[in-house]
Design a protein around this ligand. Structure first.
Ligand code: AMP
Ligand code: ZN
Length: 141
């Protein structure tokens, strides 16, 4: 599906800061992050949402989410917690219609900066953040 921006990222024809890759799933930094390290995990095979997502791929998506969450907590991102979110349908604020899991690192006491992040949604140094997320995954093995 060439008009899909996430398919284009998976195919390597659209730019993205890729931080995670396995046989079924690709992960890249959200271009408008709510917190530093906010990552999107997407199946390589296009589906629009829960209705047409192969449950086997859904399982791979969640498994990647668990793996990334663990790495964000144990590695240099030093997250204290993680929000996993999947917005399904425009009523649920889905804006990109290629299934994706938001992985949002959280830190203890970040309530105010989290609220601010929802408004600003900007990382001043996304290259450094991507390097840190990759290092988190590498150190987690
Ligand atoms: P949702 O509202 O769940 O559909 O979220 C879509 C997310 O995709 C938003 O957080 C956007 O900031 C993000 N996004 C849209 N286009 C891109 C892109 N080209 N690269 C990375 N993230 C993107
Ligand atoms: Zn797609």
């Amino acid at each position: 599906m060439s008009s899909c921006i996430f398919c284009a990222i998976v195919e390597g024809t659209a730019p993205a800061r890729i931080v995670y890759s396995d046989d079924d799933i690709v992960g890249f930094l959200d271009i408008r992050p709510v917190t530093r390290g906010h990552t999107l995990l997407v199946p390589r095979v296009h589906s629009t949402g829960l209705d047409d997502l192969d449950p086997t791929i859904g399982s791979a998506l969640f498994r990647a989410g668990q793996r990334l969450a663990a790495a964000l907590k144990s590695g240099p991102m030093a997250a204290d917690g993680v929000n996993l979110a999947l917005n399904d349908g425009s009523a649920a604020f889905q804006t990109v219609f290629h299934t994706h899991l938001h992985v949002v690192p959280r830190h203890a006491g970040d309530k105010l900066s989290f609220a601010k992040g929802f408004l600003v949604r900007r990382d001043p140094d996304p290259d450094e953040t991507a390097a840190r997320v990759r290092a988190s995954l590498e150190s987690a093995g």
